[in-house]
Design a protein around this ligand. Sequence first.
Ligand code: HEM
Ligand code: HEM
Length: 223
Amino acid sequence: MAQTQQGENNAVPVWDIPVRLFHWILVLLIAFSWLSNKMDWMTWHMYSGYTILTLVLFRILWGFVGSTHARFSDFICGPRALIAYVKTLPSRTAAKFAGHNPLGGISVVLILLCVLVQAGTGLFANDDIINEGPLYKHVSKALSDWLTTIHKYNFNVLLALIGVHVAAVLYYLVWKSENLIKPMFTGRKHLPAGVAPAPMRGVGLAVVLLALCAAAVWFIVNY
Ligand code: HEM
Ligand code: HEM
């Protein structure tokens, strides 16, 4: 997450295709999970949940073997770097980071964990009428009810994290005049001249890992 010096701009690739696809598909599917529950399309709610689970498992693996700025080691930092970064928050000049900034890194980890808990508890959930997650049969009714309660409350935690996340991105846009949203589409960030592009991982590896995660979720759901 090396902080870069101010200077002339050049558009450098920072977010690889798997990270960008992961992000925007996750956004759509979380919205769809909410909608499908509201509309009582529970079969679709579950399919959406399995896909989200696959994506998050993939993103965790990609956090170890993916492109430079996709890696956890690139954006998880110690308290010193975090405090130094927080001090720069009121300034109208954006401290430029090629990848996630230290606070953004924490929020990414929290969102991933929260989504994992949401999808994980859904597997054991029941609605006391007809709908049951595929792992319901492996636990007692009391445990399933408890996990269903977590499934309900955790969604509010997720909404709060998403609210803070979007507010932070808008704060950067309005207060610091830095558009972080465009790079999540294009993959490129305008960074000071001289910042060398970080190497990008091949998409082939991502496809293989995604297939492995999908197979793992299929196995969990069907056995
Ligand atoms: C369901 C809602 C959302 C969720 C769960 C979510 C989750 C995430 C996650 C997990 C990342 C890390 C990406 C990675 O490293 O793989 C991220 C980054 C990002 N998200 Fe979202 N996001 C949501 C909505 C949005 C929206 C609506 C916007 C645009 C307004 C947005 C803009 C961004 C940007 C710009 C980044 C990169 C931040 C940076 O430069 O460090 N997100 N988001
Ligand atoms: C990250 C993915 C998921 C999200 C965002 C999500 C979201 C939600 C929300 C918002 C509710 C309504 C809670 C309430 O009534 O207050 C709900 C209920 C439910 N979800 Fe999920 N869910 C996800 C994954 C899953 C999965 C994978 C399954 C099962 C395979 C599942 C099964 C259920 C069931 C059975 C209910 C009904 C609980 C009840 O009405 O008592 N969900 N989910």
